[in-house]
Design a protein around this ligand. Structure first.
Ligand code: PXL
Length: 287
């Protein structure tokens, strides 16, 4: 790509309905001026979060020949970004992608579960593979459930002190990633926060967010995508965290105000214009 263009290889599933994975990753990064090369690992009729019997076509055997094709045409990726993966073979192919572009920003969103529960596709083998894959990442973006799974710790929704939050971030960074982000953490002061750690500067950050009593699928995918877009656009880590948090607050509160079925995800279409502008932000905090 030219100096003015960034290209992201997004290795995720494509869920047709329900606004998650590639269905939200593509518009989010496009709105930020970043080109996405979608590498679908599977096609699903909907996400797996309670919309009935999902029609599913596995695309595991699509990934390796696609990588080969991109190498043949000398495609350069600025970032390789993985998410929901369904089998050991998909992890292997994904790992090959990361290895093939050592200069690219390596982002692993370790999609495995939420609210203390693992997704039904997330077997013990998938968890073990994810623990391996994050070692290769520059950036990881787990929620609290996924953070505990990566560390093989019991999930707990007891609010965290600042010291506990910092230790959690540090333990995750010891797995390998330079930047660790954890979404949706309730702190002892009752505030919901997104947390971040930059091991290159030993700097801890948090961005506060308003609590809304509904959970929507796909918000983790949108968060990680904005982090990717912001970092590629030159934002610092705390500014990237704030951009992602402010946008999700907008999308979630917009959606909540309409009272739509939470399984249908956030009303991304109504909120996207905000992302096309590069707002100046300064609302992050030092943790
Ligand atoms: O947003 C994560 C995600 C991705 N892909 C599929 C999912 C989910 C979460 O439920 O079901 C298929």
């Amino acid at each position: 790509m030219s100096q003015n263009e960034c290209l992201v290889a997004a290795i995720h599933d494509l869920s047709g309905f329900g606004r998650c994975s590639l269905s939200v990753i593509l518009p989010t990064l496009s709105a930020m001026g970043i080109q996405v090369c979608a590498i679908p690992t599977a096609v699903l009729s909907t996400h797996t979060g309670g919309l009935g019997e999902v029609v599913h076509r596995d695309l595991t055997d699509y990934i390796a020949p696609t990588l080969q094709h991109y190498q043949e045409i000398n495609l350069h990726f600025d970032c390789v970004y993985s998410g929901f993966l369904l089998s050991q073979a998909q992890f292997e192919h994904c790992d090959q992608f990361f290895k093939s572009y050592p200069e690219a920003l390596a982002v692993v969103d370790p999609v495995m579960g939420d609210h203390g529960k693992t997704y039904r596709t997330c077997t013990p083998e998938i968890r073990a593979e994810m623990r391996e894959l994050v070692k290769r990442a520059d950036v990881i973006t787990p929620n609290l459930t996924e953070a505990r799974i990566l560390l093989q710790e019991e999930y707990s929704d007891v609010p965290l002190t600042v010291s506990e939050a910092k230790k959690l971030l540090l333990r995750l960074s010891h797995l390998g990633p330079k930047y660790v982000l954890i979404t949706g953490v309730e702190m002892v002061n009752g505030v919901l926060s997104n947390l971040g750690y930059d091991s290159t500067r030993n700097a801890f950050w948090h961005v506060e967010c308003d609590y809304v009593p509904v959970s929507y699928p796909g918000t983790g995918d949108i968060f990680a995508s904005i982090i990717v877009g912001s970092l590629l656009s030159g934002d610092s880590l705390p500014i990237a965290m704030e951009r992602a948090t402010r946008f999700l607050e907008l999308a979630i509160k917009t959606t909540f105000s309409y009272g739509t079925d939470p399984r249908y995800g956030v009303m991304l279409e109504k909120s996207l214009p905000w992302l096309t502008q590069k707002h100046s932000l300064q609302g992050y905090h030092i943790l």
